[in-house]
Design a protein around this ligand. Structure first.
Ligand SMILES: [Zn+2]
Length: 68
């Protein structure tokens, strides 16, 4: 049983069939982390709700208090 599947792109060890093409889940995680880090350059839309409840602010286009 020689790992002829290839080598782990992370550490260069023979890849494990259950974790291909990596040698272990950990290396797969490392690769995923790198991938996500690279993806950070793209516009993120998933966390757009981070602000959640924005403080009430005046709508610049609408009429405000008539007393002004
Ligand atoms: Zn590895």
């Amino acid at each position: 049983m020689t790992g002829a599947e290839g080598r782990c792109p992370i550490c260069g060890r023979p890849s494990e069939p259950k974790a291909r093409p990596f040698c272990s889940a950990r290396c797969a995680d490392v690769d995923l982390g790198r991938w996500l880090t690279g993806a950070y350059a793209l516009p993120v839309e998933a966390e757009e709700d981070e602000d959640g409840q924005a403080p009430p602010r005046d709508d610049p286009g609408q009429a405000r208090d008539p007393s002004l």
